[in-house]
Design a binder for this molecule. Structure first.
Ligand code: AHM
Ligand code: MG
Length: 334
């Protein structure tokens, strides 16, 4: 069968044996994420009809309360993962604490925890710009059969067994890795099936795009300012092109295909930057490294960082290998 006709369902089954610990549980988990992605995609696509269907806080025709899309996406992902009884814990950007899931089936001892950002870049929804869901999966470190603890979630990114994102863009794609490269699947909305459209995705080693919120320029550390000036300099293949959507998943996705660097540095206003280590940076870092790119906090590999808090923030530099290395060079100099 040509890779173009392969569905995500078929791909998951065919590649099950590649997983580090193959019992079929991780496959079921990815299948649950696939289902939740389709549900959220349906909701995101209705966002433009909000004036007709009602805004958040309104009551709709069925008497249901309309919800903000990020809250709704959070509920859909948590519900789907809970209903299928395939994880023992979930942490989400939308929840202050992690959720411990006790399976009804005593024989079923789930070993995975999932961390999600259910709808990242949600300030873009009102203006019809792409948003995304980010997920990260770990094996628990506490014994199965006992309630999960914070330690199960506070693992360095290098322990991830799978990670990915869904991009709700001009088409909807699910892109993920289980540590054997990165593959992208495009949803055919007519029949609700994801097809393998982007096998073995790779960052070009070099790129010509830099993505950063330059409005914060004066607050950036000197090394970042110097790197931005380097990107803008008329020399060799420079100046580079500046492209910033303000939606991490979309900026990452474009840079992975075309070659580029995404930066959210620390600033004098936000000492640890803005992005969250556990469910934004780590999963993107795992994908980047699996796609021949790099992810750094400016000085060290993102996936080496030992987290201390569920919602902790970290400066983030991610993308084409040579570009991230160059940015690190400038930061080391200053
Ligand atoms: P969010 O989790 O509140 O949506 O914030 C994360 C988003 C990223 O997707 C995006 O790259 C960044 O915040 C944009 O931030 P800014 O508007 O400060 O440039
Ligand atoms: Mg977010």
């Amino acid at each position: 069968m040509s890779s173009k006709n392969k569905t995500l369902g078929e791909f998951i089954i065919e590649n099950q044996t590649e997983f580090r610990y193959s019992t079929g549980e991780l496959s079921k988990l990815i299948n649950a994420i696939r289902l939740a992605a389709k549900v959220v995609n349906h909701e995101v696509n209705k966002a433009g009809l909000v004036d007709i269907l009602g805004t958040a806080g309104d009551t709709n025709i069925q008497g249901e309360n309309q919800q903000k899309l990020d809250v709704l996406a959070n509920e859909k992902f948590i519900q789907t993962l809970k209903n299928r009884e395939i994880v023992c814990g979930i942490a989400s950007e939308e929840e202050d604490d992690f959720i411990s899931i006790n399976s009804q089936d005593e024989n079923h001892q789930n070993k995975y925890v999932v961390l999600i950002d259910p709808l990242d870049g949600s300030s873009n929804i009102d203006v019809n710009v792409s948003v995304g869901t980010i997920f990260s999966i770990y094996r628990r470190i506490t014994p199965v059969g006992t309630p999960v603890t914070l330690d199960d979630f506070l693992q360095p990114g290098k322990n991830q067994v799978a990670a990915g994102y869904i991009i709700y863009g001009t088409s909807t794609m699910l892109v993920y890795t289980t540590g054997h490269g990165v593959n992208g699947f495009t949803l055919n909305p007519a029949i609700g099936t994801f097809y393998l459209s982007h096998p073995n995705m790779q960052f070009p080693e070099d790129g010509k795009i830099y993505s950063v919120n330059e409005g914060n320029y004066i607050h950036f550390p000197q090394g970042v300012k110097d790197y931005i000036k380097y990107c803008q300099k008329e020399e060799g293949d420079r100046p580079y092109t500046s492209r910033y959507i303000g939606s991490l998943v979309s900026d990452f996705h474009r840079n992975m295909i075309k070659g580029g660097i995404y930066m959210y540095p620390k600033s004098s206003k936000a000492q640890k930057g803005k992005l969250r280590l556990l469910y934004e940076c780590n999963p993107m870092a795992f994908l980047a490294e699996q796609a021949n790119g790099l992810a750094s906090d400016g000085h060290q590999r993102i996936m080496e960082i030992q987290p201390t808090e569920l919602h902790e923030r970290v400066p983030f530099f991610c993308g084409s290998k040579n570009m991230v290395e160059k940015a690190e060079e400038f930061m080391a100099k200053s």
